[in-house]
Design a protein around this ligand. Structure first.
Ligand code: SF4
Length: 561
């Protein structure tokens, strides 16, 4: 794939330290139109992000386009060709988490691009966003984007780039291009849909011609393309590791899980295709990370691990399903023999009834047996995910469960607990859940950490303050989006007092409003049809239906807890 003028040789001083270590795809200036590939985080994280790697591959393969990368820690100009952000025709961002919205805005501003879509001229770049946050709820970023991709980039971007370049080549204005893009599945152009408010209630939408709402999430057959590390660097967040995606989607439907909604349905890659990807990345790295929401469902997992063992490669896998591993001793043995050292499991709660409600299985005794089995099999460490801020609390039950575990293993340092707060995401079964108060979150964190310290279990956890801001953004609308401009000026993105001030002007209380914001009217994220829990909405309908209409079952279930 490399060409003589590849970026790796041209790299400017400063970028060289990144570029010289890279292997694989070499970005060249090979076409008429340029795309800034922007990651809202540092280089190491971006290079460990398969979504960003895929975006790079898509741009590379698109005729007449070339791309260069931007990260938050590689300076204001592009990595290989030292160009400012404003010099590109399109700037494309992949937003995975709500807090990515802040670096997204910083990068636009630092790049000299007007933040508000309406203030940009014909000469400014076209701002394109995608990724999980945008698919779940594009409304918070609506004031800043020309167009949003709903669903998988592989399913939307090739057609979008083709149409964009054809129309720009014919001299079409930005507005004409956007109007044309409306005809593509999975494309949302916010300026053509304006929410109508009464106070803080969304009463409906003013929709311009040709707009069809809700925009349906798009996905592709995984056999049509590869998803792996395309540009390898040993300095990625997962040190010395190349990544290969086996599948997307998940057999389970945990009620809080946004991933299972975004990547549904479960799709497996064929073994020959996986083998091709493994053969490529094994040339670069001695460690291979297998990626997928449901890795253990991969039909040829044994063959994949066998291949890696024969090549002398180490294996890493993200989180594994306890339900699949319990009483499947051969699977644990296989993973251990494959070189997996830390096994990551997610019981989420120590209370079996809450666990069941969340969609997680297994009784407490079964989880304890599984952890013991993992340790006996020789895994160096078992990492356990827990969720705080659950309906009906449960932090005491979580601690009781962990105490039982520690009594049995007598080596708490071989455990590691990682916790986060339950932030109900749009389109999940729990989207209407009334969240506990911020004070409750803070108290739970204090108790949980104090008791973990007493038990001698190492841990890491999320900040209740940042998770609360994540909640505001996840459940946010365009009004919240516009507040971000003021927060950006005052550098108050992560300051609750700053948030309190700007939300008060909207008549929203920072402590109360995010707990259950859309009791009446439509929800902002109703502009998107995900097609999982919201399956009550007609997939074939062109009519706009307010979100929430078919959610009564979910809401009642949550409230009855
Ligand atoms: S098992 Fe994991 S990926 Fe699957 S639905 Fe549950 S939380 Fe999501």
């Amino acid at each position: 794939m490399c060409r003589p003028s590849c970026a790796r040789r041209i790299g400017k001083r400063g970028s060289d330290e990144f570029l010289v270590k890279e292997k694989g795809l070499c970005l060249t200036r090979k076409g008429q139109y340029s795309i800034a590939l922007c990651f809202p985080g540092p280089y190491a994280l971006g290079m460990a992000h398969l979504g960003f790697q895929s975006l790079t591959r898509i741009v590379w393969e698109t005729p007449n386009f070339w791309g260069d990368r931007f990260f938050t820690d590689t300076g204001p100009s592009s990595l290989a060709f030292s160009l400012p952000l404003s010099a590109f025709h399109i700037v494309a961002f992949s937003l995975s988490f709500e807090l990515d919205i802040f670096p997204f805005l910083f990068m636009l501003r630092e790049g000299g691009i007007s933040l508000l879509t309406g203030e940009r001229t014909e000469r400014d770049p076209f701002v394109l966003v995608g990724g999980p946050v945008v698919t779940l709820n594009p409304e918070v970023v609506a004031p800043f984007v020309d167009c949003a991709v709903i669903g998988e980039g592989e399913a939307v971007l090739p057609a979008l780039f083709f149409l964009w370049s054809r129309l720009r080549g014919e001299g079409a204005s930005k507005r004409e291009v956007k109007e044309a893009l409306l005809s593509l599945p999975g494309v949302y152009v916010p300026e053509y849909c304006t929410p109508r408010y009464r106070g803080n209630v969304i009463k409906g939408w003013e929709i311009e011609r040709r707009v069809t709402l809700p925009v349906k999430r798009q996905w592709r057959d995984l056999e049509d393309f590869e998803t792996r590390t395309f540009i390898y660097t040993p300095s990625s967040h997962f040190k010395d590791t190349a990544l290969v995606e086996l599948n997307r989607g998940c057999r389970y439907r945990c009620r809080f899980c946004a991933g299972s909604c975004i990547y549904s349905p479960l799709r497996q890659r064929s073994f020959p295709l996986v083998l091709r990807m493994l053969n490529t990345v094994c040339e670069w790295s001695n460690k291979v990370g297998l990626v997928g929401s449901d890795v253990l469902s991969y039909p040829a997992l044994e063959e994949v691990i066998g291949f890696l063992r024969r090549r002398g490669k180490k294996l890493t896998i993200s989180s594994l399903s306890g339900r699949d591993l319990f009483e499947r001793e051969y699977l644990l043995r296989l993973l251990r023999e494959g070189g997996l050292e830390t096994i990551t499991l997610a019981p989420e709660s120590g209370d079996p009834s809450v666990r069941l409600f969340l969609g997680k299985g297994l009784a407490n005794d079964d989880w304890i047996e599984l952890v013991l089995e993992c340790l006996q099999k020789g895994f160096r460490r078992v990492k356990l995910y827990f969720m705080l801020g659950k309906p009906r609390g449960g932090v005491e039950e979580d601690l009781d469960f962990l105490r039982c575990l520690v009594e049995k293993i007598q080596s708490p340092s071989r455990l590691f607990v990682s916790y986060s707060f339950l932030v109900p995401k749009p389109h999940t079964f729990l989207e209407d859940l009334e969240v506990a108060s911020l004070d409750t979150w803070k108290k739970e964190k204090e108790v949980f950490e104090r008791e973990l310290r007493k038990m001698g279990i190492p841990f890491s956890g999320e900040s209740p303050r940042l998770s609360w801001i994540e909640l505001v953004l996840a459940r946010g609308d365009r009004k919240i989006g516009l507040c971000l401009l003021e927060l950006l000026e005052g550098r108050g993105f992560t300051s609750l007092p700053s948030w309190r001030k700007v939300l008060a002007r909207l008549g929203r209380d920072i402590e109360e409003w995010p707990r259950m914001p859309w009791r009446e009217g439509s929800k902002p994220w109703g502009v998107v049809h995900i097609g999982v829990w919201d399956s009550g909405r007609s997939l074939g309908s062109d009519e706009w239906q307010p979100a929430g209409e078919n959610q009564e079952g979910a809401r009642n279930h949550c409230l009855s807890l």
